[in-house]
Write a protein that binds this ligand. Structure first.
Ligand SMILES: NC(=O)c1ccc[n+]([C@@H]2O[C@H](COP(=O)([O-])OP(=O)(O)OC[C@H]3O[C@@H](n4cnc5c(N)ncnc54)[C@H](OP(=O)(O)O)[C@@H]3O)[C@@H](O)[C@H]2O)c1
Length: 346
């Protein structure tokens, strides 16, 4: 079988990680990545051997790369002409401007969580709706927060048949490489109630009833979710069986906080760095086992999300869904994760 030719439009925080994850897979090839203009990130692409293109077809912008001594293969149209699928990793809300270019080029397209669900009318999380995305022309991998909520809530929903959820998203203020956002010395509530995070879960699993509140706090390394879920009567689950359910769920890590001295996001991310993935990434959602408690039918738990990386393997599975090359989400997830592990152990 021929490899799937994957273009990555936008080689920033998410794009550079998606490029590596695609490069790790045997059934895919990175045919090119894009930048708007010369910058330090271009050297990473060139070192990796990824052909570099400009996000624009404007000859002046393309020649700016050559002037800076950076080899540029052409504009976005040139890249799309050799791609089967493009993963749009442009900044939030910017991706929407690229949709017509992908349609005109006849290339399948995957957007990120910074775009609206309405852009494609379809969203994706492997454990929620891989099957619904099979063969689609375009979709959106949901945000880091929605991916995190989906990973732990969907197995619960499938075990219970229904679920009512209230959650508070304690959000990192900015990514570590971002000097423009804040707050740096404040806690900033999102005053739009409910926040968009909860309802976004319903774009991949409509049966879950969920509302969310959000606050931004001065940290850069992770989000934390404080979740309260009401399970239906007579579901037969216990705190222990829920922990067990998550242990068997791909891309969820459940560990004791106190016993392992992993009581804050700082230690969780230090453990992630020990795992040896590039950039110290943690693709899995981290659940504190000692913070899980079922009281009657009401479940309480905390989880931590590495915002820069939990969506990365999802983009790989999503490529297989759109290309229709893997119908079983569990099999895709297992292949994606094994290939990434091999890639970083070389
Ligand atoms: N960062 C996170 O924590 C996170 C988590 C989950 C989802 N997301 C979503 O992922 C998407 C990308 O976010 P990000 O954090 O990776 O952003 P980012 O770090 O700012 O990177 C954006 C990339 O897109 C490029 N770009 C700018 N304008 C473009 C255009 N018109 N067409 C194509 N590419 C363009 C930029 O080029 P230059 O490098 O030349 O400026 C940059 O490489 C957003 O939808 C965001 O909401 C982000």
């Amino acid at each position: 079988m021929n490899a799937i030719n994957v273009a990555i439009n936008g080689y920033g925080t998410i794009g550079k990680r998606v490029a590596d994850a695609v490069d790790a897979q045997e059934d895919m090839e990175v045919v090119g990545v894009t930048k708007t203009a010369p910058s330090f990130g271009c050297n990473l692409a060139i070192r990796k051997g990824f052909p570099l293109y400009c996000t624009s077809d404007d000859p002046k912008r393309i020649s700016a790369f050559e002037k800076a001594g950076i080899e540029c293969q052409g504009g976005l149209s040139d890249l799309l002409s050799i791609a089967d699928v493009v993963v749009d990793c442009s900044p939030g809300k910017v991706g929407a401007e690229n949709l017509d270019k992908y349609k005109d080029a006849g290339v399948k397209h995957i957007f990120q969580g910074g775009e609206e669900h309405s852009l494609t009318g379809l969203s994706y999380t492997s454990c929620a709706n891989h099957y619904e995305n099979l063969g689609a022309d375009g979709t959106r991998v949901v945000s880091c927060n929605t991916t995190g909520l989906s990973r732990t809530l969907i197995p619960l929903f499938e075990a219970c048949g229904s679920l009512k959820v209230e959650c508070t998203m304690i959000r990192r203020a900015a990514d570590p490489g971002d000097s423009k956002k804040g707050p740096i010395n404040a806690i900033k509530p999102v005053l739009k109630i409910p926040s968009h995070h909860g309802s976004d879960v319903m774009t991949v699993k409509s049966g879950i009833e969920i509302n969310s509140l959000a606050v931004a706090v001065p940290t850069t390394i992770m989000h934390v979710h404080a979740i309260v879920a009401d399970l239906p009567d007579n579901h037969g689950l216990t705190t222990e069986s829920i922990v067990e359910l998550w242990r068997e769920t791909p891309r969820v890590i459940v560990m004791l906080g106190e016993g392992n001295r992993l009581t804050t996001t700082a230690e969780v991310m230090e453990m992630a760095r020990d795992m040896g993935r590039k950039w110290g990434d943690l693709h899995e959602i981290f659940v504190w086992e000692d913070g899980v408690k079922l009281v009657g039918n009401r479940l309480y738990y905390f989880q931590a999300i590495h915002q820069e990386s939990d969506v990365i393997p999802e983009n790989v599975d999503c490529i297989r869904a759109l290309m229709g090359t893997e119908h079983d989400w569990r099999s895709s997830v297992a292949n994606t994760d094994a290939a990434i592990s091999r890639y970083y152990s070389l």
